[in-house]
Write a protein that binds this ligand. Structure first.
Ligand SMILES: [Zn+2]
Length: 225
């Protein structure tokens, strides 16, 4: 998810350039792990949104990366699929929905890393702070399965596997990103998102045939089991 985790508010992005953009995220602190796993849309001022935001194109590749790798490793998609909300001019917030079953945690780690990696593969200088919610969930899963701190090791290993998978499945990522960008803007109901007026949406049943055209046999599953 391209998120707006609370901790982002504590960081300053003013004057930061691509060269300084740390592409390897730091492990979340115990404090912000408390919100890990939820896709919270915080209330940011317009100014803050612009400073930390990703464009439609960046978010499209990010969310496409999540879904393609989820499908490629055999995780089931959720009916919602991918939604990208426009929260300010040229600033978007997105979600890619697939099942994160506990037993499949190693596959979930791959899908979690794939968003930022797909985004950076296409847009090497784009902001990566939107991946913080993904990093928080990643850290939470690693901490659940290992007693010692294995975050860095697991993150490096997972990223290198995801890099190979993205090479293989890059045409699928591009197809989904383009389908998102070219799709119509849909009006957002006021209750759906606090800031967005319009969105792009590819639901699960639309994503499956795109994935299949690229050799990925994905499925949509409606409920937990
Ligand atoms: Zn993400």
């Amino acid at each position: 998810m391209q998120g707006s985790a609370g901790e982002q508010l504590q960081n300053s992005y003013i004057g930061e350039t691509c060269a300084h953009d740390d592409k390897l995220p730091t492990e979340p602190t115990a404090n912000n792990q408390a919100v890990g796993g939820t896709c919270v849309v915080e209330s940011l001022s317009l100014e803050e949104q612009i400073l930390i935001g990703n464009t439609l194109e960046e978010t499209a590749y990010h969310e496409a990366g999540h879904v393609v790798i989820a499908g490629a490793v055999g995780l089931d998609l959720k009916p919602l699929g991918i939604v990208i909300w426009e929260v300010a001019e040229d600033v978007t917030d997105g979600i890619a929905s697939y099942w994160e079953d506990t037993a499949e945690w190693e596959k979930v780690l791959l899908a979690l890393c794939a968003g930022q990696m797909a985004q950076l593969k296409q847009f090497p200088c784009s902001w990566t702070r939107g991946s913080q919610p993904d990093v928080q969930v990643f850290s939470k899963i690693v901490n659940t399965h290992f007693e010692q701190d294995r975050f860095r090791e697991m993150h490096d290993n997972t990223n290198s596997r995801v890099a190979s998978l993205l090479e293989i499945h890059w045409s699928a990522v591009t197809s989904i990103a383009l389908a998102l960008m070219e799709g119509p803007w849909i009006i957002v109901e006021p209750t759906e998102h606090p800031k967005a007026k319009r969105k792009k949406h590819l639901d699960g049943s639309t994503l499956v045939p795109i994935l299949r055209r690229h050799g990925i046999t994905a499925h949509v599953r409606n409920s937990q089991n």
